[in-house]
Design a protein around this ligand. Structure first.
Ligand code: GLU
Length: 281
């Protein structure tokens, strides 16, 4: 691990990990407010991490926008791209060497394999698979090996999950979770052929290097937590605790997303809403 030597173990360290692919909305406000309150309640440190790996969708104005919106909401953090800190850099696009090192370790241990399938889950691997976007269980087409011509730099790489094994963890809000590898999720992408690490790998490398002790995020990522626990185990790093928040839905029951323009924090601010009314959704 790198950059963590100055960080003391033991004390609470939480994180806010928005992706700058749009303006923050009411759903983010609630999750991030919970994360802020949980860190503040125990006098812990909150880290702001800019998850800007998805180059095709991230834009600089959304980075500035998320910092402005979070501040307006009344949230403060002690480490981040705007204020620095001992575990920086705090933008994922500047941490590629760390992800590459973890990828190489997984490859040396033969825990990942090259995959020649061109599927939607490969293309979208740089972002977190929220709810309905989560990938179908990979049928294992390339598990048996690819021809060496394809297996070079051109391949995507998948983590081989232990089929049939139950991944258990106690979520601090949702309680005991049991997810079965190969049934609830399959072999997942850790590295894309275009040199972009997948969300699942990047988030594990960062949560470990930044010594995050509790991850607060939406409950639509419970299956991703199971995937990430496998990566923590494979890399020999202690995993954080998890607190998955309830999701905020629109009138039709759909999870709020960045396309819900009218519910973006800046639209609500312009409409005269006060931040204290938005913090709890
Ligand atoms: N950047 C991810 C997102 O915005 C973070 C998910 C997580 O908390 O791990 O969906």
């Amino acid at each position: 691990m790198t950059g963590g030597e100055e960080l003391r173990g033991g004390a609470y360290r939480g994180r806010l990990a928005p992706s700058p692919t749009g303006y923050l909305h009411l759903g983010h406000a609630r999750t991030f407010w919970i994360a802020y309150e949980r860190a503040r309640a125990v006098g812990g440190v909150l880290v702001l991490r800019n998850e800007d790996l998805d180059r095709a969708r991230c834009r600089p104005e959304f980075v500035a926008g998320m910092i402005e919106d979070l501040r307006w909401l009344g949230i403060s953090w002690q480490e981040g791209p705007d204020c620095g800190g001992p575990a920086g850099p705090y933008s994922q696009s500047q941490r590629l060497d760390r992800y590459r090192a973890a990828f190489e370790r997984l490859r040396e241990q033969k825990l990942i394999y090259p995959c020649g399938c061109s599927r939607r889950d490969v293309l979208s691997a740089a972002r977190a698979p929220h709810a309905a976007e989560d990938e179908p269980v990979y049928p294992g087409t390339c598990r048996g090996g690819l021809s060496s011509a394809i297996a070079g730099e051109k391949a995507n790489w998948r983590f081989r999950v232990p089929d049939g094994q139950t991944i258990s963890f106690v979520d601090r809000r949702c309680g005991l979770q049991n997810l079965v590898a190969g049934r609830d999720f399959g072999d997942f992408v850790v590295w894309r052929q275009d040199g972009i690490p997948a969300y699942q790998l990047a988030v594990v490398v960062d949560d470990a290097a930044m010594r995050i002790t509790e991850v607060v995020r939406g409950e639509d990522l419970l299956r991703s937590t199971a995937r990430q626990l496998l990566l923590f185990r494979a890399l020999g790093w202690p995993a954080p605790e998890y607190f998955h928040c309830p999701l905020l839905c629109d009138a039709t029951g759909a999870r709020l997303a960045k396309r819900h323009e009218a519910l973006s924090l800046r639209a609500l601010r312009r409409a005269g809403q006060a931040p204290e009314c938005l913090r709890t959704g």
